[in-house]
Design a protein around this ligand. Structure first.
Ligand code: B16
Ligand code: MG
Length: 217
């Protein structure tokens, strides 16, 4: 890469672990619907939009639901999720993330958030990191969810930066695919096998460092 111009972050699983709250909220809904649901199934939902996640869960059951009922179920999950995230604060930032975000910002590199979550703005405000992000893509305006590159391309566009000069950071397989399809350098956070498509995989966020990243580019 000629010059690193922007770092684009995924939210859930990279900046904070809201994945746990999504899991708990989906689990409550699945139990009400008598659909089996566990952590391993939940892995498949990471990075997927709310409606896509619901579709996957309902496909595990036998009942058919009308579009209106599906909408009501998605709202129910979201109400539960919103009540669970009330208590989020700076203490919930993943290890090393605040330091890294600050380092990037202070180096004059642009920053963006490419989350599939419609609750992303609430979460970043609660985490008190809004000032460390130059742009946030509104998930409501994104037509195609991850693994489609749209959300990452939109972030680059809003930052007026070429995708080839961007680094994307993701914890989900679908998210890494989205970054690569956008033509960006992908940092994967998590399991090396699961995220094999990424250019650089780190086991957790404590390994994020701007110097290391620049060496890798
Ligand atoms: P919401 P990310 C994603 O966030 C989550 O990984 C995924 O589990 C969730 O279903 C999705 O946001 C939508 O969230 O229901 O709040 O709109 O990883 O893209 O930051
Ligand atoms: Mg994620």
């Amino acid at each position: 890469m000629a010059k690193l111009q922007a770092v684009i972050y995924d939210l859930d699983g990279v900046i904070t672990d809201t994945a746990e709250y999504h899991y708990l909220a989906w689990k409550t809904l699945a139990e009400e619907l008598h659909i089996p649901f566990d952590r391993s199934f939940n892995e498949q939902l990471k990075g997927l939009s709310r409606v896509d996640s619901l579709e996957k869960i309902l496909a595990e059951g036998t009942e058919q639901y009308s579009p209106t009922e599906r909408q009501r179920l998605a709202e129910k999950k979201n109400d539960h999720y919103k009540s669970l995230i009330q208590e989020i604060g700076p203490k919930d930032l993943l290890p090393g993330v605040y330091q890294f975000m600050l380092e990037v910002k202070e180096a004059g590199i642009k920053t963006g958030l490419a989350s599939a979550s419609k609750n992303a703005r609430t979460v970043i405000e609660k985490l008190e990191i809004t000032h460390l992000l130059d742009t946030v893509v509104d998930a409501a305006t994104v037509e195609r969810g991850k693994p489609d590159p749209e959300v990452f391309l939109k972030a680059a566009q809003q930052l007026h930066v070429e995708p080839s000069q961007c680094v994307g950071i993701e914890d989900a397989k679908s998210g890494v695919t989205a970054i690569k399809s956008a033509g960006m350098y992908a940092v994967g956070v998590g399991d090396e096998q699961n995220l094999s498509e990424a250019d650089w995989v780190i086991s957790d966020t404590s390994h994020l460092s701007l110097d290391r990243l620049k060496e890798k580019l």
